[in-house]
Design a protein around this ligand. Structure first.
Ligand code: PLP
Length: 396
């Protein structure tokens, strides 16, 4: 490979894609080799590639205006905020450009909320084992992965980490010395990078109750599991709860960078001008792409699709792999699925590419599937067939 001028932040696979169509990618090397995409740019390309509504919207918007500034009113931003509140039942939105930025906004809201409640000294935010919240100085501290933190000491020390999906761990905190310092609990209702672990509905409901009793904010990081991926707009909706803060990004505009931090109840009206902001956040291009993405999800019934196609993939894979030695299990929800093996399996990604399949491995042993929400039954059948064979070959 020729010398790269890029910083060495990714162990990149030696392949680049030149274009895509629907749920397929085409590489630039072998002139047209086709790959079924079961990753969607890590849960980003909600509508797959070259979606006509998205292409038209972005092109028309580009011809009008790409960016103005948050110094001025941005009607598309207002419209998107209203739509997001409508589908989430939240009340206010702050727009940014990525998942970590949405989480930074959530963390700042929680700290501000502490101030409002007289907790101006020590403040603590409770986070979970296996969590991933980003790589900024605050969000890397909230993230449970030692590799993400290593070398960036001193690590921000206002996070308390507890086991995920374990209500007794939260109950213990209510008796602990930190009880009065805690301002919020932050979690992914369906953990992604950490290995596809789902919070039970009863757990989320009890957590909601405890947060209410203790006056702690409940923050749901839906950067990966939100935007329809689990068959509802947001994963927390499966548990019939309403968080105080919800963060999202990735799939929101189907590939155009945008993030959002949504607030309700006690988390509203905490910021005033000057407290928070970002230059690009919610610009006309990104907000038009997000509105187009939402309208296609609604018009094409993609929430239903995510649920049904996801169930099909999960059931078929579980059936095909039930007796295969080395497969620990298949889990997840909608189109956010994980197949856990009993060994490291990073290499299977390369084998997948050879067979024309784009998949991912997270947490060393978990094959992760995050296909576009437009995935069809034919796409799902092809994925199940290819992946079953791939896993069997890999484990031989
Ligand atoms: N939160 C979750 C749950 C994520 O999965 C990610 C990224 O994978 C982030 C936050 C960070 O998002 P970004 O990479 O856009 O900063």
């Amino acid at each position: 490979m020729t010398t790269s001028y890029l910083m060495n932040t990714y162990a990149r696979l030696p392949i680049s894609f030149s274009h895509g169509e629907g749920c397929y990618l085409f590489d630039s090397e072998t002139n047209g080799k086709k790959y079924l995409d079961a990753l969607a740019g890590i849960a980003v390309n909600t509508l797959g590639y070259k979606h006509p509504v998205l292409v038209k919207t972005i092109s028309e918007q580009a011809a009008k205006i790409l960016h103005t500034s948050n110094l001025f009113e941005i009607p598309l931003q207002e419209k998107l905020a209203e739509k997001l509140c409508q589908i989430s039942n939240m009340q206010q939105v702050f727009f940014c450009n990525s998942g970590l930025e949405a989480n930074e906004a959530a963390i700042k809201l929680a700290l501000m909320y502490g101030n409002k409640n007289g907790k101006t000294g020590k403040k603590k935010i409770v986070v979970m084992e296996h969590s991933f919240h980003g790589r900024s100085i605050a969000t890397l501290a909230a993230t449970a992965n030692a590799k993400v933190q290593k070398g960036f000491e001193p690590i921000v020390d206002f996070f308390i980490r507890i086991p995920f999906n374990d209500i007794s761990a939260i109950q213990k905190l209510c008796e602990s010395e930190h009880k009065d310092e805690i301002v919020a609990v932050m979690l992914e209702p369906l953990q992604g990078e950490g290995g596809i672990y789902l919070a039970d509905s009863e757990y989320l409901q009890q957590l909601r109750k405890i947060c209410d009793q203790q006056k702690w904010l409940l923050i749901c990081d839906e950067v990966q599991c939100g935007m329809g991926r689990t068959g509802k707009w947001f994963a927390f909706q499966h548990a019939n709860i309403l968080p105080d803060v919800v963060t999202m990004a990735k799939g929101l505009a189907s590939g155009v960078p945008i993030g959002a931090c949504l607030a309700s109840g006690n988390a509203t009206n905490l910021f005033a001008p000057g407290n928070h902001g970002t230059t690009f956040g919610g610009n006309p291009l990104a907000t038009s792409a997000a509105l187009a993405t939402i309208s296609v999800i609604e018009n094409d019934n993609l929430l239903n699709n995510a649920q049904q196609i996801g169930d099909f993939i999960k059931t078929e894979l579980a059936k095909n792999l039930a007796t295969v030695d080395g497969v620990v299990g298949v889990r997840g929800y909608g189109l956010m699925l994980g197949i856990e093996l009993d060994r490291s399996c990073g290499e299977i990604v390369k084998l997948g590419l050879q067979k024309g399949l784009v998949i991912n491995v997270t947490s060393d042993k978990i094959i992760r599937l995050l296909p576009p929400l437009i995935f069809s039954k034919d796409n799902a059948t092809e994925l199940v067939e290819k992946l079953t064979q791939l896993i069997k070959d890999f484990l031989q």
